[in-house]
Design a protein around this ligand. Structure first.
Ligand SMILES: Nc1ncnc2c1ncn2[C@@H]1O[C@H](COP(=O)(O)OP(=O)(O)OP(=O)(O)O)[C@@H](O)[C@H]1O
Ligand SMILES: [Mg+2]
Length: 368
């Protein structure tokens, strides 16, 4: 079923809900028709954030927050379609990631909320969701899922291409002709950057990395941050807020002298993201034609610069040069995963997630 799909991504940064109306065709074409980002109202963001850590009355809070998330997403979808004169009947399905509130593949589960039944009811469109659990049931990490879409859309017959999605966490997709795709979370992307600037300077994120640029990377702190077993592990691997979070950073900060300025910490966190990505590229993808960034991190000029500094022989750019807007890549990937589900095609890459085999991902909540 080629045609229009809506991808909805609500990522770990908790910056908002990305909605991408995407036209998908069988000949490996995905075209972004229209898109918008709905920032979370402060109260919804606070409720989602609270659910990412253990707390009282979680089941009730999760139920209510899930409904609030779906109402916001449904309004966004309807508005986007109306703005572009697309009737809901023209959309084959919505692929909704939902909001991850716990990611524990090592325990056999990853939980996303987002009331898919309500989303189907309010939009009148089939909703495919819960994409991670089938891969986890087959022994995989359930993440990252976007490498399969990257590969479907952007692999090259001759050149090795490496994509890096820098959202809350950073994940790589290494596509070498004739070989299995590699993909994994290298570690934190923006999650610690957002936490630190929000806590010390009251801003949601560091625009273009300008504030971090006014600081200096602190080698002692960088060494302490890098001293974590996650960075030594090879893929398949995935991570989340339950591991890398404000508490993790605070514990690391407690091990180094407290004389540095807040901007110095920010500069060091940018270095951590850049260095962990660069090390993975050095180890596994040094023959890449280029490194193509997507996700909000592609807007961080300092991060791009540091990455280029580490990777002297590989150009660092964004997926825009491949014709895909870096802001919408992930939401488009979930439109594609809905397309896969509708066409009974597998959506996972076992070499990436570690699953026992290819699996059809997601569960469908029909509109009728
Ligand atoms: N202009 C900018 N300058 C610097 N950083 C930015 C800018 N715009 C966005 N960002 C960063 O990007 C983040 C959002 O990125 P994105 O939406 O790709 O992540 P996400 O929703 O967490 O997705 P993922 O599922 O990939 O983790 C913001 O929280 C912010 O840190
Ligand atoms: Mg986002």
């Amino acid at each position: 079923m080629s045609g229009l799909y809506v991808g909805i991504m609500s990522g770990t940064s908790l910056d908002g809900i990305d909605i991408a109306l995407t036209e998908i065709a069988h000949d490996q074409q995905a075209r972004l028709v229209a898109a918008r980002c709905l920032p979370f109202p402060d109260s919804l963001k606070a409720d989602l954030l609270a659910l990412c850590a253990p707390g009282n009355d979680e089941i009730r809070r999760s139920g209510l927050t899930s409904l609030a998330w779906a109402r916001l997403a449904a309004e966004g979808v309807k508005q986007l379609l109306a703005d572009h004169h697309v009737d809901t009947h023209q959309v084959i399905a919505i692929g909704s990631h939902g909001q991850t509130i716990r990611h524990h593949p090592e325990l056999g589960f990853s939980l996303q909320i987002g009331a898919p039944a309500l989303l189907a009811e309010l939009t009148g469109i089939d909703v495919i969701t819960d994409f991670r659990s089938r891969d986890i049931a087959a022994g995989g990490e359930g993440a990252p899922l976007v490498p399969a879409f990257h590969h479907w859309l952007l692999s090259h017959p001759v050149h090795t291409r490496t994509l890096v999605n820098v959202g809350g966490f950073a994940n790589l997709t290494i596509m070498r002709p004739g070989q299995a795709v590699l993909g994994f979370d290298s570690g934190p992307g923006n999650i610690l950057l957002d936490y630190w600037i929000s806590r010390t300077a009251g801003q949601a994120y560091d625009n273009n990395g300008d504030w971090g640029r006014s600081g200096n990377c602190q080698p002692d702190l960088l060494a302490a941050l890098l001293d974590d077993p996650y960075f030594q592990r090879s893929g398949p691997k995935s991570t989340g807020r339950e591991y890398f979070n404000g508490q993790w950073l605070d514990q690391k900060l407690a091990t180094v002298p407290a004389t540095m300025r807040a901007q110095d910490v920010q500069a060091t966190l940018v270095e951590l993201t850049a260095l962990t990505v660069a090390r993975a590229v050095d180890l596994l993808a040094s023959d890449s034609q280029a490194i193509y960034l997507c996700g909000g991190g592609a807007r961080n000029g300092l991060l791009m610069e540091r990455l280029q500094q580490f990777l002297t022989s590989v150009p660092v750019t964004t997926t825009a040069v491949l014709g895909v807007d870096p802001d919408w890549m992930e939401a488009m990937a979930f439109a594609w995963l809905a397309w896969c589900h509708k066409n009974k095609l597998p959506g996972n890459l076992p070499a990436v997630t570690g699953a026992a085999g290819l699996r059809i991902l997601g569960a469908c909540y029909p509109a009728q």
